[in-house]
Design a protein around this ligand. Structure first.
Ligand code: ADP
Length: 737
């Protein structure tokens, strides 16, 4: 199907022109099938095709066509913040047609009314769910929901959110689901009342095989010989002028393999490549995780995992796309979304370790990794190779290459998700009775899949009891639900009701004995906070620490036989980390002492920040004393900025973080007043305070920078308007001239 043929479906010429401007004149077969399915007439569609086969373009056309013909708004749902940013950059190109594009993630306690001005809104599922709960006014204008990576409906901790959003929007807006190939696409389409387009067509041909001790056995039975170690597959690819992407099961393996592979591909780099890589490595900020990265990056290798900061991840992705990084090792999170194809994909591990011991990685996930092979426009063919270690090659072939991916299952079965969603239905979505609640739940994929009313009712009942017992809701004489302020706020704050209950139960103790460690342990004990894992050899010292600090904790220390013992210790570890953070222990030290990566540190702080905010909000609803609220607010600020009490005033200034604030304080500038009174030259003498920072601070005070000239100290020799040499660009003198 030619792009021009879109006009037959009433698609505006301007949309067609823009697609052609991208150099696309013909649609891929599954795209054509999707566009002909009725989706352009407003029908729901589930499009299950491999990655990189052009799902996004279909979504763009459907969104634009909808906006041009019917107005309203399109919401594009993604599973990760990083993907939201990626899509935002892509969709922004439509702004020359007058379409306004916005992205919204984070902050779950806001209705974001400003989004009303936009036509395409990109959001993570969690964010959109929270917007639904806040009843943002513009939501009634939403006429289309695109659910990207809709197969994540089956993911344990996130799936239920997406499922509930779709249950809310079904029948109210058109739905376009974009999915990887799953075992039961028909069932999902049926639930969505959607047409189904399934295909395994790919823009680049794909060759799949299994590598076992030097033999590369292709799916068609052909065999290629290699040296016995699998790393020969990487070196072979790089020698061919191509790249390799290696999936492994842990972060540490990713780092270790990147180190080893780097040593081997280093000599295959050209001089300019080596120079560029060195520059890239030098541009990275120094911290323990980045230091490991820098070391491998100069060799043309890198690792990609959730422990990296966002800036580093983007840098690696860009350098890999550019072809500069020759081999990238990654944990499976990379296969989830980020568009990073490679000529050769090598899957080193098909098993992983979790709380339940070793288990096979699902076919769906392995096939997502396989799908990364082959770079459109660069490769005629992509290669995906699974490495057999102790496994029999033919079994791997059967399961992962010829096998069908798993079926998706509703994750409303996850209690935490169910609890939170039932509360939201009652407090935010006006569900007034148990009947009505069941009526709504019957619209879910959970019910569609099981058709067992008894189980559904049983589950719902036990949650309703929990909510009643803990005063989230009440019930009147006619058995109608009454949403109580505590319940309403819990739901708006996007908390698991169990978290809110823990906060409520601990509040009297907080009032009596407010202290950071007790509060942080409380935050860490909630189901909304992921805790750090604890190693066997660390257990004793954290137990000692807990005993030492027993008077500060709001709970008793469990006995080691208790099932919660281990979890408790990891909560103490998390609490101690946060305590160190607000006592200004450096990031590098924290990362080392707690055995985490940079990305983890910031994730933990971000989570604790949100939970601390929520604790304050709930304390207000529960009528906590003014002194307690004041205490919590200050602690929240310390947590946000990672500082001791005395720096709180300074960190409120623009561009002043924990490090600069400490430097200013130690130099004698202890509050805003000291800074106002100080001479610019004195401030500039403080470590980390450059002209840019000073400029922002002065602007904050309402003093524009040219005035800097006027507040110069005439007694200082360098300030005298004498015959000075011409200032060099980029220097302070140049700036002040
Ligand atoms: P998906 O969303 O399925 O992972 P994308 O939409 O990101 O895939 O498409 C991958 C790449 O293919 C993009 O660079 C896109 O511009 C390009 N592409 C999409 N459709 C076509 C087409 N019909 N012809 C040529 N290139 C296309």
């Amino acid at each position: 199907m030619q792009v021009d043929e879109l006009s037959k479906f009433g698609v505006d010429e301007r949309i067609i022109r823009k697609i052609k401007e991208r150099g696309i004149s013909e649609f891929y077969p599954p795209q054509a099938e999707a566009l002909r399915s009725g989706v352009l007439n407003g029908e729901n569609l589930l499009l299950a095709i491999p990655t990189a086969s052009g799902k996004t373009l279909v979504a763009e056309i459907v969104m634009l066509h909808k906006l041009f013909t019917g107005g309203g708004k399109a919401v594009y749902l993604v599973p990760l913040k990083a993907l939201a940013e990626e899509k935002y950059r892509e969709f922004k190109t439509w702004e020359d047609l007058g379409v306004r594009v916005a992205v919204t993630t984070g902050d779950y306690d806001s209705s974001e009314e400003w989004l009303g001005k936009y036509d395409i809104i990109i959001a993570t599922s969690e964010k959109f769910d929270s917007l639904l709960r806040h009843k943002s006014r513009w939501i009634r204008d939403v006429t289309l929901i695109v659910a990207d990576e809709i197969h994540l409906l089956g993911s344990y901790d996130r799936g239920a959110t997406l499922e509930m959003i779709l249950s809310h929007m079904l029948g109210k807006a058109q739905i376009l689901g974009l999915s990887a190939t799953v075992g039961n696409a028909e069932e999902l389409a049926e639930w969505l009342n959607a047409k189904l387009v399934v295909s395994d067509w790919r823009p680049v041909k794909l060759r799949k095989g299994v590598f076992a001790h030097g033999q590369l056995i292709w799916e068609d039975g052909k065999v290629d010989k290699f040296p016995p170690q699998w790393d020969s597959l990487v070196i072979d690819a790089v020698k061919k002028g191509k790249q390799a992407l290696v999936f492994v099961n842990t972060r540490r393996s990713a780092e270790k393999e990147a180190g080893m592979l780097g040593k081997k591909v280093r000599r295959l780099l050209t001089k300019p490549e080596a120079r560029r890589l060195k520059e890239l490595a030098e541009s990275l900020e120094s911290n323990p995780t980045n230091d490991k990265l820098k070391e491998v990056l100069v060799n043309g290798a890198a690792f990609h995992h959730a422990g990296l900061g966002r800036a580093e991840r983007t840098l690696i992705e860009d350098a890999f796309r550019e072809g500069l990084i020759k081999v990238l090792t990654a944990t499976p999170t990379l296969a989830m979304g980020v568009n990073l194809p490679s000529f050769r994909v090598i899957i080193r591990d098909t098993k992983r370790y979790s709380t339940f011991g070793w288990s096979d990685i699902p076919v769906l996930e392995i096939q997502q990794m396989i799908g990364r092979a082959g770079r459109p426009k660069y490769d005629k063919e992509g290669e995906a190779i699974i490495v057999a270690k102790t496994e029999k090659p033919e079994e791997l072939m059967e399961k992962y290459i010829f096998g069908k991916p798993e079926k998706l299952f509703s994750m409303l079965s996850n209690d935490a998700a169910f609890r939170s969603q039932v509360l939201a239905l009652i407090t935010n979505f006006g569900v007034e009775s148990f009947r009505e609640l069941i009526g709504f739940l019957e619209k879910t994929f959970y019910y569609h899949q099981r058709k067992d009313l008894e189980i559904l009712e049983g589950k719902a009942k036990s949650i309703v009891y929990f909510l009643l017992e803990n005063e989230f809701i009440d019930i009147d004489l006619n058995d109608s639900f009454i949403a109580l302020p505590f319940g309403i706020r819990t739901s708006q704050l996007y908390l698991d009701p169990l978290t809110a209950k823990k906060f409520k139960d601990a509040l009297p103790q907080i009032e009596e004995n407010p202290n950071p460690l007790g509060i942080f342990q409380l935050l860490a004990s909630t189901p909304d906070m992921g805790t750090l894992s604890i190693k066997r050899k660390e257990q004793e010292s954290y137990l000692d620490y807990a005993y030492e600090m027993e008077d500060y904790l709001y709970r008793s220390i469990p006995y080691w036989e208790d099932y919660e013992f281990q979890k408790f210790l990891s909560e103490v570890k998390t609490a101690k980390l946060l305590l160190d953070w607000i006592n200004e222990v450096s990031e590098a030290k924290l990362i080392e002492a707690y055995g985490i990566d940079t990305g983890d540190l910031y994730r933990i702080i971000e989570l604790a920040d949100w939970l601390m905010y929520s604790l304050i909000e709930l304390a207000k609803v529960l009528n906590a004393g003014g002194e307690t609220i004041k205490y919590l607010r200050r602690l929240h600020l310390r947590l946000k900025h990672g500082v001791r009490e005395e720096l709180l005033e300074l960190v409120e200034l623009p561009m002043i973080g924990r490090r600069r604030a400490r430097a200013l304080y130690n130099a004698g500038f202890k509050n805003v007043n000291d800074i106002v009174k100080a001479k610019p030259s004195e401030l500039l003498a403080v470590e980390g305070i450059g002209v840019k920072v000073l400029e922002r601070i002065y602007r904050h005070f309402g003093v524009e920078l040219p005035l800097l000239k006027n507040i110069k100290d005439p007694d200082k020799p360098e300030d005298k308007p004498k015959e000075k040499p011409k200032p060099k660009k980029g220097t302070l003198d140049y700036f002040l001239k």
